[in-house]
Design a protein around this ligand. Sequence first.
Ligand code: AMP
Length: 251
Amino acid sequence: MNIVTKVESWLEFRKLLTDKKIGFVPTMGHLHDGHGSLFKRAKQENDIVVASIFINPTQFNQSNDFANYPRTLDHDVAFLQSFEVDYLFLPEASEIYPDDYQFQMTENVLSVELEGEYRPGHFNGMLTVVLKLLNIIQADRAYFGEKDYQQLLLVEKMVKALFLPVKIIPCETIRAKDNVALSSRNSRLNEEQRLKASHFPRLLQSELSSFEITDELKKLGFKVDYIVEKWQRRLGAVWLDDIRLIDNFSL
Ligand code: AMP
């Protein structure tokens, strides 16, 4: 696997790949089998797979979340190699933000509710970095998880609005045995929190109304940001102590 840290170096590689179909999987690292399912799908559908690891500072609305975000590069490189990923794009923030974030990508409708309401600025940062990464990598297909459902919808909407020459491929959520969606932040859950966490997908998937689910979760000690039904899905965001979990199920 080639590890590429500079935009210029990637563009040199990219010139040699004009006759190849390229699949791209953007990530923030601390890779798990949820990411793995995206690499696998990208591998099946393309000649070349490019992954990126970039913990994007502009999409964190809380500095301690950014500081605490797990960084496990050695594990991640081995993980990517096991999926036969061809290129890892691993830029520094200065490489991605030569403009110091003076240019931003903003969406005004979908991005202001749910996650956007509880994490102000998050989607601006996310859309800006995804736009930059899509422009840099110039892939045929880019893979996004349904776990971050609102993010997926926003990326699809941006690609359409800006006529970006890439196809967005949604990938289903991969879960642990207890049905909790795999997530890089979950590794911070202790044993007790982990046991409690499994009630979140259980209730989200239940026949109860969103109000009832909110009540049950509160009784169990979760802090609830939202539980809503939208886009033929039920989506939720909750806190277990200082760890925030999001999830969604198709209705
Ligand atoms: P992240 O590293 O958290 O930014 O995630 C990178 C990509 O992997 C995003 O498109 C996520 O939606 C996707 N992803 C994260 N967790 C899962 C999961 N459990 N199942 C499927 N896709 C996931």
